[in-house]
Ligand binder design. Structure first.
Ligand code: SF4
Length: 634
């Protein structure tokens, strides 16, 4: 059985051991802990203290600080002292990459150290090596020699440890044997956990971060399964790396973190945004506070013993291609104007269709909806050719200019040979009917509190019953908070997309149509199932950052946000940047004060150029590689 969580149908948190980080318990019965990381220079004691206080006041329960050198590690003492003197007892975590000596010092000062198994004992050279079984064992012995002293210091000082794998910084050894796969990520941590366990050390928390939400979710699931197989129960720290900023960053974080939380996985979370760290906390709170336990009045979701799909590997559910939906076609987006009294051409602009009256022409954006639901209404002007109308079916309605939407009560009215839409609830048992309606597109809804579980159960029943009708996921949110709506929608729809479920999305909320449309396309982009814009993989910044990340990201975005499908990494430092921008097409990486290096994939193309000229040089590089398009200024 390929299970990775306690239950797929009845929310339960994974039973992990409690690891103390100072006075803060992580895992076990403890609430999901919220944490973040400072972005100041660790040697700047006062600024780091002030920023930590802002984070703590915002609700941060664990503060992480980078310790790139021995001097930085030593300065953690001053930061800790300053915080304690001001009455703040929040535990501190030292973030370590490449410098075991800094880790050993930090472990005597702060409550937790975070190591990256990809670079604790290895320097990445982006080379492939052939290992025999013996030479691999020899490598592990070398790691043991470097890692055991840190484990001993942690044991002696009551310091806990996070073994935090990053998809983008796996060692050459792991890459050579497993590739940059979720399995490689899990094995990377397991090598270190097994050594720690041999030393009798169990105060360990684990993470499997990636900027690719599919990889991130699969890696955590595989980690839990592997821990189950090896009788381990370490708490999980969840995060999506380099998620970016603003709505995109929030959506990406919710798709990754929210998906796992819905299945009861995750004991502490960090939402990583290219913004001030205190702004991460409210997003993390919405994710952690979401109510997931079923209400007693709700329909029980039928339990599951077997999964008919692989939760560790992305594969879209097999569906019939009907009209322009299902099969291999991109996930479609539905807009809703059924509540509008009268509909004009301008009402289509929030949905990506802008009418130029002078030329009598429609401009269609990359984020234009595919279907527009009008209820009983009709449109009295010519609509763009790429837009299709859905009207409610009524006995006397014969003049729809598009397709009819039927209810479950109208099932026997649906023509078997015509394309039609059927709206139903996840608890409806309509599988026999769907068998005789191969051209019917399902619009799936639920009122269940665990929307993901309820909707997923319907998809699983479709697989079990060999039903191939395309399914549009419809979600309706009534929260007046746009942040709540964004995060809940990204979680529910994104989680299903990551499982390969859903041929279309239809989002209704209390917010305007532009918001609903942007969020719908944003979720598909974040779950990598429909690319409609440029993707920015920007690091959240930390004490190593060599330029103003927010300002630079904005500058790059303003010049390149029309380059649909291009992924641009914007990384604050050369130490981790190139590795962590993972699968970016182009990279903009800080290499020194005022100096930038530009990358094409993993290859450095221009080194140490003046930061003033770097954005222009990046554009030239994109042009040279044939990926540039002139912006279409409508
Ligand atoms: S890539 Fe960014 S967040 Fe990561 S270590 Fe460098 S500056 Fe810090």
């Amino acid at each position: 059985m390929k299970m990775y969580c306690p239950s797929l149908t009845d929310y339960q948190r994974l039973n992990t051991r409690c690891v103390m980080v100072g006075d803060v318990g992580v895992g076990g019965e403890n609430p999901i802990r919220i944490q973040s990381m400072t972005t100041t220079d660790t040697m700047d004691t006062e600024n780091t203290i002030s920023q930590s206080i802002r984070m703590i006041e915002a609700g941060c329960e664990i503060v992480r600080i980078t310790a790139p050198s021995i001097k930085d590690a030593e300065n953690l003492k001053n930061i800790q002292k300053g915080l304690r003197e001001r009455g703040y007892k929040t535990p501190l975590v030292a973030d370590i990459h490449f410098t075991p000596n800094a880790a050993k010092i930090a472990a005597t000062i702060v409550e937790k150290v975070r190591i990256n198994p990809g670079n604790y004992a290895d320097r990445k050279r982006f080379q492939t090596y052939e290992y025999t079984d013996q030479s691999y064992i020899d490598e592990l012995d070398r790691i043991r020699d470097r890692f055991v002293p840190l484990v001993q210091i942690c044991k002696e000082n009551g310091t806990s440890m996070r073994i935090g794998t990053n998809h983008g910084s796996l060692s050459d050894r792991i890459m050579s044997r497993y590739g940059d796969t979720p399995l490689g990520m899990v094995e990377s941590a397991m090598e270190f956990i097994r050594i720690a366990e041999d030393e009798g050390f169990h105060d360990i928390i684990l993470s499997m971060k990636s900027s690719n939400t599919q990889v991130m979710v699969q890696a955590y699931r595989l980690l839990v399964k592997t821990m189950n197989d090896e009788n381990m129960n370490y708490p999980l720290h969840l995060g999506v790396t380099e998620a970016g900023e603003a709505e995109d960053g929030r959506i990406k974080s919710a798709v990754g973190i929210g998906t796992l939380l819905e299945d009861g996985l995750g004991d502490t979370i960090r939402v990583s945004l290219t913004e001030e760290p205190e702004r991460e906390i409210p997003v993390a709170r919405i994710l952690s506070n979401r109510s997931r336990e079923m209400d007693k009045t709700e329909n029980i979701i039928p339990s599951l013993n077997e999964l008919p799909y692989d939760p560790f590997f992305y594969k879209r559910r097999k569906t019939n291609s009907i009209f322009n939906i299902g099969g291999d076609q991109v996930t479609r987006v539905v807009g809703n104007l059924s509540l509008k009294d009268s509909i004009s051409r301008d009402d289509l602009s929030p949905f990506g269709y802008i009418y130029a009256s002078k030329q009598d022409k429609w401009h269609v954006s990359d984020q234009a909806i595919d279907y527009l639901y009008l209820g009983q209404k009709r449109i009295d002007f010519k609509i763009p050719g790429t837009l299709n109308i859905i009207n409610d079916y009524k006995e006397d309605s014969i003049d729809s200019s598009g397709f009819f939407l039927y209810s479950v009560e109208q099932l026997d009215k649906i023509p078997t040979e015509e394309v039609a839409f059927l709206t139903c609830k996840a608890s409806d048992n309509i599988f026999k009917n769907l068998k005789r309606l191969p051209k019917c597109i399902v619009v799936l809804e639920t009122d269940a509190r665990c929307a993901y579980s309820a909707l997923r159960r319907f998809f699983i029943s479709c697989i079990e019953n060999k039903i191939f009708n395309p399914i549009i996921i419809r979600r309706v949110y009534d929260s007046p908070s746009s942040n709540d709506t964004l995060i809940y929608a990204a979680t529910d729809i994104g989680a299903l997309q990551i499982d390969g479920f859903g041929d279309g999305v239809w989002l209704d909320s209390m917010h305007n149509n532009s918001f609903n449309n942007e969020i719908s396309f944003g979720i598909l982009q974040a779950s990598r199932t429909r690319i409609s814009k440029t993707e920015y993989i920007s690091c959240p910044s930390c004490g190593r950052t060599l330029f103003d990340l927010q300002e630079t990201t904005e500058k790059i975005r303003s010049k390149t946000d029309h380059l649909k499908g291009i992924k641009i990494g914007i990384m604050g430092c050369i130490v981790n940047g190139p590795g962590e921008m993972a699968d970016a097409d182009y990279g903009y990486v800080g290499t020194g004060p005022g100096l930038i290096s530009l990358y094409k994939g993993q290859d450095v193309i221009e080194k140490n150029i003046d930061a003033e000229k770097a954005v222009a040089s990046l554009i030239k590089l994109i042009q040279k590689n044939g990926d540039w398009q002139e912006p279409n200024n409508v």
